[in-house]
Design a protein around this ligand. Structure first.
Ligand code: 5GP
Length: 174
C-alpha cells in the first residue's frame, strides 16, 4: 500500500472540531465522575491525546494492545492481548478509545475481557466507524466519523507503520 497516492478525507481543522464535540458530550455524560481512559495502541494515541485535553472531567490514562491472528477472522478467538492495562478497573468508569472499528472483533473481545474485572461501566469512543464492515454486531457509544469503504492513514493511523504522523486523515487510493 503506497501512502503517496492519497487524498485528504478530513482536515486537521475538521478533526479538531469533531474531537471537541465528542469531548463536550463525554464531559457532560461523565459529569461529577472520573474517567479511566484506555487507549488501544498504536493507532489511537494521537486521537486520545487530543480528546483527553478537551475533556473537562478528570481522566486517568492507560493503554492496551491487541493483535489478531489468522486470515478471515470469523471468531474473536483469534484476538489476543499483547499488552495489558496496568491498573485495576474494578468499580471504575472505563472509556475505551479506539482509532477505527472495522469488523468489530477487536472491541467485542476487549469489552468482554474488561467486563470480567467488574468495572462500574465500560463505554467505547471510536474516531472512525466503518459500520458496514461488521462481522459481529458492535455499537460504539461515541463516534467521530463514519465511512463505508477505503483504507485511511494519518492522525495516528498507519499503513505498514507509515503515515502515522500526518496531521490530517487521508484515504489511500488504490
Ligand atoms: P476490527 O474492528 O476489524 O477488529 O479492527 C479494527 C482495527 O483494524 C483498527 O484498530 C485498525 O488497527 C485496523 N484498521 C481497520 N481499518 C483501517 C484503516 O482504514 N486504516 C488503518 N490504518 N487501520 C485500519
Amino acid at each position: 500500500m503506497d501512502i503517496m497516492t492519497r487524498k485528504m478525507l478530513y482536515s486537521k481543522e475538521e478533526i479538531d472540531q469533531r474531537v471537541r464535540e465528542l469531548a463536550d458530550r463525554i464531559s457532560r455524560d461523565y459529569e461529577g465522575r472520573e474517567i479511566l481512559v484506555v487507549g488501544i495502541l498504536k493507532g489511537a494515541f494521537v486521537f486520545l491525546a487530543d480528546l483527553i485535553r478537551c475533556i473537562s472531567v478528570p481522566c486517568e490514562v492507560d493503554f492496551t494492545r491487541l493483535a489478531s491472528y489468522g486470515a478471515g477472522t470469523v471468531s474473536s478467538g483469534n484476538i489476543v492481548i499483547t499488552k495489558n492495562i496496568e491498573c485495576s478497573i474494578k468499580g471504575r468508569d472505563v472509556l475505551i478509545v479506539e482509532d477505527i472499528i472495522d469488523t468489530g472483533l477487536t472491541l467485542s473481545y476487549l469489552v468482554e475481557r474488561l467486563k470480567e474485572e467488574e468495572p462500574r461501566s465500560v463505554r467505547v469512543c471510536a474516531f472512525i466507524d466503518k459500520i458496514k464492515r461488521r462481522e459481529i454486531p458492535f455499537v460504539a457509544d461515541y463516534v467521530g466519523f463514519t465511512m463505508d469503504d477505503g483504507f485511511v492513514v494519518g492522525y495516528g493511523l498507519d499503513a505498514d507503520e507509515k503515515g502515522r504522523s500526518l496531521p490530517d486523515i487521508y484515504i489511500i487510493e488504490e
